[in-house]
Design a binder for this molecule. Structure first.
Ligand code: HEC
Length: 96
């Protein structure tokens, strides 16, 4: 696995592992969000990752921070900083 260095302040370089992020997303996010293009069903009215990634204010740093912070409408996940960064890198890959 790739070593990860995350700074949540925005200026740091992220060396995150999007493949690992995809696994984590399937485990932790897929019950509510559509996390890849093969997935057909999730909760209605929860944004698919592909949509989240294309929002104008999206950034992987913000997403990683969001995952580690409290978010009222989602469960709090037992993610490490590295795992949050991996998921953020995976979501960011939908912008391509
Ligand atoms: C229990 C259901 C549930 C799970 C599991 C869940 N989410 Fe969410 N998520 C939501 C809901 C509901 C919203 C909408 C929140 C709102 O409207 O404020 C949301 C919103 C978001 C947003 C913000 C979208 C925006 O408005 O900009 C992001 C990013 C996000 N989720 C990422 C994730 C990630 C990554 C995971 C897995 C680690 C995850 N979510 C797991 C229910 C969930």
């Amino acid at each position: 696995m790739v070593a990860v260095a995350v700074g949540l302040t925005g200026s740091a370089v992220i060396a995150a592992d999007a493949d690992h992020g995809a696994e984590l997303a399937k485990r932790w996010c897929a019950t509510c969000h559509v996390v890849d293009s093969d997935q057909k069903r999730a909760s209605a009215d929860v944004l698919p990752f592909a949509t989240i990634a294309r929002k104008p204010d999206f950034s992987p740093e913000k997403l990683a921070f969001f995952l580690l912070d409290r978010h009222p409408k989602m469960p709090n996940f037992p993610l490490s900083r590295a795992e949050a960064a991996d998921i953020a890198a995976y979501v960011a890959s939908f912008r391509n």
